[in-house]
Design a protein around this ligand. Structure first.
Ligand SMILES: C[S@@+](CC[C@H](N)C(=O)[O-])C[C@H]1O[C@@H](n2cnc3c(N)ncnc32)[C@H](O)[C@@H]1O
Length: 308
């Protein structure tokens, strides 16, 4: 395998610039400061391989594969970690991914992050988003946490290789990271079924929490909630249709988030069908189009959690 560190810039930079141009054209990369951050951070360093299940049989794509760099510099979510579901041998679930850049940038714009702000990211994953935040705001401003120690280790190495040393920690993100609070912004790149009050406590009055709120029973995605924290310890805001959602928060790093939810909210689910696994029901929600340039997820495929 070619080390991703030695890929000449002439191979990846034009792809990155082209993706930036595409996203700018789709109006999800409109802020010049985010554009310069985006074009300064090579995504391939954070995604040395991804799992492609659009082919039969599905396969890991790494730097030896001609499909790797074009895949990395596409506006696609790339699965980077799979774990088997206990009791369902042979059925891997995606437990970490590098979120589709267009979706991530749409969220980063919604975050309205300004210079010198302190940001807590929930869900470090590959470290790519932490790198974008570090590039934009300075790595001293960024704290990023993930429940999975292995992912945090890998992300730390890739971030260091790219010249960034944000604060990383292994934590169940639902408790936040009080040691370094208060934050100006909290962005969760993993879905929660309620906003943990710890997040409200750890963001300063006037600060913003941005999260994917997915009530129990919703399989394919909830809504982005954008909350402003107030001095009286409350937070208020609105729901924003994001088109898709993040994968659900895990409670145990060794266990994928359970897809067998107890109930489906029939007011929001428009379609139910089997998805190849007799133990599961897959569903898709009847949602309006997401942000500009946003694509709906393809129909559910067996053996995956279909979140970004
Ligand atoms: C969609 S990925 C995040 C993508 C990441 N921001 C990136 O740039 O690569 C979701 C991440 O949330 C993490 N996660 C799941 N449950 C969590 C929890 N309870 N607390 C913190 N992180 C969690 C997963 O391990 C996974 O890495």
């Amino acid at each position: 395998m070619t080390s991703v560190d030695v890929i000449p810039a002439a191979r990846w930079q034009p792809l990155l610039e082209a993706l930036a141009g595409q996203l700018a054209g789709e109006k999800v990369l409109s802020d010049p400061s985010w554009r310069s951050a985006f074009t300064a951070v090579p995504r391939h360093v954070f995604v040395p391989r991804f799992y492609d299940d659009s082919v039969d049989p599905p396969r890991w794509v790494d730097s030896t594969d001609p499909a790797w760099l074009p895949g990395v510099y596409s506006d696609e979510t790339l699965a980077t970690q799979l774990l088997p579901m206990p009791g369902q041998p042979g059925i891997p679930y995606v437990t970490s991914s590098s979120t589709r850049p267009g979706y991530m940038l749409w969220l980063l714009h919604l975050l309205v992050a300004a210079d010198d702000m302190r940001v807590l990211e929930i869900g470090t994953g590959t470290g790519y988003n932490a790198a974008l935040l570090s590039q934009r705001l300075g790595d001293r401003q960024i704290t990023s946490i993930d429940i999975d120690p292995h992912l945090v280790d890998l992300a730390r190495g890739r971030l260091a290789k790219s010249g960034f040393r944000p604060r990383l920690a292994v934590r169940d993100g639902r408790a936040g990271h009080p040691e370094h609070a208060p934050y100006d912004r909290n962005i969760a790149t993993v879905a929660v079924d309620r906003i943990p009050y710890a997040w409200v406590q750890q963001v300063r009055p006037g600060g913003i929490i941005l999260a994917d709120l997915r009530p129990v029973g919703m399989i394919r995605g909830g809504a982005i909630v954008k909350l402003t924290v107030h001095a009286d310890g409350t937070a208020t805001g609105r729901l924003i249709d994001g088109g898709v959602g993040f994968m659900s928060a895990r409670t145990d790093p060794a266990h994928p988030a359970a897809p067998d939810v107890p109930a489906i909210d029939k007011t929001t689910v428009s379609e139910r069908r089997g998805c190849g696994d007799p133990e599961r029901t897959c569903a898709s929600t009847d949602r309006r189009a997401g942000p500009p340039g946003h694509h709906r997820l393809p129909p559910p495929r067996p053996s995956h959690d279909h979140h970004t």
